[in-house]
Design a protein around this ligand. Structure first.
Ligand code: NAP
Ligand code: MG
Length: 404
């Protein structure tokens, strides 16, 4: 069988520990036999970040901005223990934080759904994707523990030094607490663009939720920006794609979610997204079955697994023990990136390959062959297999699908 050719390169960001082992196996066993892989390779493994003083992370982000699509392996975010372990000259910042900042991106998380691991919410038959606006609100708030009676005010002084707004927040008759939070139009526009773009990629309805009935300036501004962009730039595209945009109050979005069958993209403000993404992922099962995409407002995509480097499995692997590590979310990062590359470059055969590889993973699990993280969640109890056995089972199914 002739290998599938690529036109433009995929930006490949290698990583650390057990996921680095999986990364190589995915390429060797599941991709390279079928695709003439064309990647621009960046090693984001911690030793290479140290050797380049983290320049490699910046270069990788710029390459994604240039080529439009990247795929990333999980990486270590250094802490004090890692500084010691890897003899680092500095506690390098989280690579994901650097990528997000350079690409001005929004992170979307989607569970991988199989028919023998049922979500806790019975009505959910299709995945629910959550977008979190990871900027501002309580995460950048200024807080004060009010110790005594007194007056709290909200004051705005413009660059010219004039006070253009002053309002009493509360006249404290006893001790209490106080918080000042903010957000920026530019950040909200970027978030909204990324959400509209990704809804079009997924061909799924987009919900954006807030509480504008109570928060008549703050949350209302979010609502207005989404509405403005939708009318100006996305309405026709959504209609052509047969999808809908809906603004919902956060409480009715939560209620609506419990009643729906899934297959929606839910855009949340920062705190709502923090809480709801954990709710949705735990209701669907395992972190190892969760994918994540960083989308920039101008439509650049970086795909990865939501889980980390699975450190404890790596140490066992180094001791020569067999592990039962789930590669599915990392495989789906590759398939997501290859499909996006295929869509952008007009290569339907590359998209079809991505579909088949995903199908091979899903049918492996649905046939009862699965790793230790999800075996206990399965409808009928199954014995977990080790990493190599799982790879071989996926490969066999992929071979069959490719020959069909
Ligand atoms: P983790 O790597 O996600 O692993 C936490 C636990 O979840 C594992 O010990 C394992 O449980 C289970 N697990 C996660 N993925 C699995 C998989 N594919 N197959 C089987 N089990 C899986 O999180 P962590 O231990 O908190 O972090 C380890 C390192 O990853 C840290 O250095 C952190 O900085 C980094 N990290 C990176 C990213 C990223 O690059 N996006 C995200 C998160 C964390 P059992 O031990 O019970 O088997
Ligand atoms: Mg959280």
């Amino acid at each position: 069988m002739a290998k599938i050719m690529m036109k433009m390169p995929l930006v490949e960001l290698d990583g650390d520990e057990m996921t680095r082992i999986l990364w190589q196996k995915i390429k060797d066993e599941l991709l390279k036999p079928y695709v003439e892989l064309k990647t621009e390779y960046y090693d984001l493994g911690l030793p290479a970040r140290e050797a380049t003083q983290d320049q490699v992370t910046v270069d990788a982000a710029n390459a994604i901005a240039k080529y439009g699509v990247g795929v990333k392996c999980a990486t270590i975010t250094p802490n004090a223990q890692r500084v010691e372990e890897y003899k680092l000259s500095r506690m390098w910042k989280s690579p994901n934080g650097t990528l997000r900042a350079i690409l001005d991106g929004t992170v979307f998380r989607t569970p991988i759904v199989v028919n023998n691991i049922r979500p806790v919410v019975r009505t959910w038959t299709r995945p629910i994707t959550i977008a979190r606006h990871a900027y501002g609100d309580i995460y950048k708030a200024t807080e004060y523990r009010v110790p005594e009676r007194g007056k709290a005010e909200l004051v705005f002084t413009n660059d010219a030094g004039e006070v253009t707004f002053r309002e009493t927040v509360y006249e404290f008759e006893c001790p209490g607490v106080l918080q000042g939070s903010y957000n920026k139009d530019s950040s909200i526009y970027s978030f909204a663009h990324a959400c509209f773009q990704y809804a079009l990629t997924l061909k799924q309805d987009l919900w954006f939720s807030a509480k504008d009935t109570i928060s008549k300036q703050y949350d209302h501004r979010f609502k207005d920006i989404f509405a403005e962009l939708y009318e100006k730039e996305y309405k026709t595209k959504f209609e052509t794609a047969g999808i809908r945009y809906r603004y919902m109050l956060i409480d009715s979005a939560v209620a609506g979610l419990m009643q729906c069958s899934g297959g929606v993209l839910w855009a949340c403000k920062n705190y709502d997204g923090d809480v709801m993404s954990d709710m949705v992922s735990s209701a669907f099962g395992s972190l190892a079955m969760m994918t994540s995409v960083l989308v920039s407002p101008d439509g650049k995509y970086e795909y990865e697994a939501a889980h980390g480097t699975v450190q404890d499995h790596y140490y066992r692997h180094l001791k020569g023990e067999r592990t039962s590590t789930n590669p599915v979310a990392t495989v789906f990062a590759w398939t997501g990136a290859l499909r996006q590359r295929g869509t952008m470059d007009g290569l339907p055969e590359l998209c079809a390959f991505a579909d088949r590889l995903e199908q091979a993973c899903l049918s492996t699990i649905e046939d009862g062959v699965m790793t230790g993280d999800i075996a206990p969640l399965c409808d009928t109890p199954v014995e977990a297999v080790d990493t190599d056995t799982f790879f071989a089972a996926v490969r066999a199914r992929l071979d069959a699908l490719m020959q069909a």
